[in-house]
Ligand binder design. Structure first.
Ligand SMILES: Cc1cc2nc3c(=O)[nH]c(=O)nc-3n(C[C@H](O)[C@H](O)[C@H](O)COP(=O)(O)O)c2cc1C
Length: 171
């Protein structure tokens, strides 16, 4: 098997990216599985997808990454926060540490993903403190923006990420 796409997705955003990445991979020697179904099927290059849970990935993703040896590995994921390079970088750092040293890391692609409506409710009550109020408004704005993600541009960026990862693996 050339390529394996394995993803963890609670509400479907990361699965959407996984499907796009799977489609963009060339040839027939490829497979895609939900991490819950993954039973160690082997490949040369793994695209491992996660949804961000409290600033990092879930334990199932950590377990899976830790068991990959001698593989090429690219990461992708979705999170509620809109493009914030420093935040995305911190997520990448927290997740990539689980890739064993004998693997070759090919990069991470992250984009925003819509959140459950209950999250919006948390930001709907105005606050007295002006600093907190400004933060609340920002969070509300971010929530509403997230409703449209992953969008077509995110999917195009995911396809570009695949191209870059494939180029990097040959270098
Ligand atoms: C319990 C929980 C924790 C979350 N923690 C974060 C977080 O720390 N940072 C963030 O940007 N988004 C966070 N989110 C938002 C999700 O990462 C986001 O909606 C993601 O796209 C969900 O992906 P999925 O549809 O593949 O499950 C959280 C969502 C939930 C439900």
């Amino acid at each position: 098997m050339d390529y394996m796409v394995v993803y963890s997705s609670k509400t479907g955003n990361t699965k959407k990216l996984a499907t796009e990445i799977f489609r963009a991979l060339p040839g027939m020697s490829k497979d895609m599985q939900d991490i819950e179904e993954y039973r160690g099927k082997d490949a040369d290059l793994f695209f491992v997808g996660f949804w961000v849970n409290r600033g990092t990935c879930e334990i199932s993703v950590i377990d899976m990454l830790s068991e990959l040896h001698g593989k090429k590995v690219a990461l992708f994921g979705t999170c509620g926060m809109g493009s914030d390079d420093a935040y995305y970088k911190s997520i990448e750092q927290k997740v990539r540490v689980w890739i064993p040293d004998d693997c070759r890391y090919l990069g991470t692609f992250l984009c925003q993903g819509k959140m459950p409506m209950q999250v919006r409710e948390k930001y709907e009550i105005s606050m007295e403190d002006p600093v907190q109020e400004s933060w609340r408004r920002k969070m509300l704005q971010n929530f509403d923006e997230a409703l449209f993600h992953p969008n077509d541009e995110d999917l195009a960026n995911a396809r570009r990420f695949v191209e870059e990862a494939l180029k990097a693996q040959g270098e």
